[in-house]
Ligand binder design. Structure first.
Ligand SMILES: *[C@@H]1O[C@H](CO)[C@@H](O)[C@H](O)[C@H]1NC(C)=O
Length: 186
């Protein structure tokens, strides 16, 4: 009896191993012609709040260079979870959030951030969809432009740009930015 169940267990283990290795070993690759679908252009207008001060900042420094290297405009890295709202007031309707990072990345007089962020929408038609921004952001220029390089959900394969206006900038560095996004997507 015991021998039989040991054999059975052995067979079971072997079977599991074989199926695991089958799943693991198969590298899958297939290329087919890509049928271009009709593209849409969506314009989105909203505001983003980048709050660095107070007890509940939405942007926090996570790394900086060793002292003596870098400088005020070079080398500071921030993590962000910035709210996106319909209007310029923080109390206005929340429509999403910008999650990711930005790094101060200029060694000359013109302050420039490089943004790596995912703008996710949490309401309306684009709830659950997001756009990916990877771009430099010369923060003293208004308007300025940032590149949209992709997206998720309804914004799969997205491309486009965001025109940014500085709506307000407080003495302690909190900023409200007006974003006009032009997005081309399927
Ligand atoms: C957005 O989608 C999530 C997940 O499907 C859902 O729970 C939520 O209620 C939706 N929000 C709005 C405002 O439609």
């Amino acid at each position: 009896m015991e021998k039989k169940s040991a054999v059975l267990a052995c067979i079971l283990v072997l079977n599991i191993c074989t199926s695991i290795s089958l799943v693991k070993c198969e590298y899958y690759s297939q290329s087919l012609p890509y049928n271009q679908v009709k593209e849409h252009k969506t314009s989105l207008h909203f505001y983003i709040h980048d709050i660095v001060s107070g007890s509940k900042p939405t942007a926090v420094p996570i790394a900086r260079p060793k002292s003596g290297q870098g400088g005020p405009g070079f080398g500071q890295l921030f993590a962000i979870d910035d709210p996106l709202t319909e209007g310029p007031e923080i109390t206005s309707t929340l429509i999403g959030n910008a999650r990711g990072m930005y790094v101060s990345a200029s060694q000359d007089a013109k302050p420039t951030l490089v943004m790596y962020m995912d703008l996710g929408f949490t309401s309306g038609k684009f709830n659950g969809s997001s756009i990916s921004v990877f771009s430099r952001n010369p923060i003293t220029e208004s308007p300025r432009e940032m590149a949209i390089v992709g997206g998720r959900g309804l914004f799969r394969f997205a491309k486009g740009y965001i025109t940014v206006h500085t709506h307000s900038l407080s003495g302690n560095g909190d900023a409200v930015l007006e974003y006009n996004a032009e997005i081309v997507h399927p």
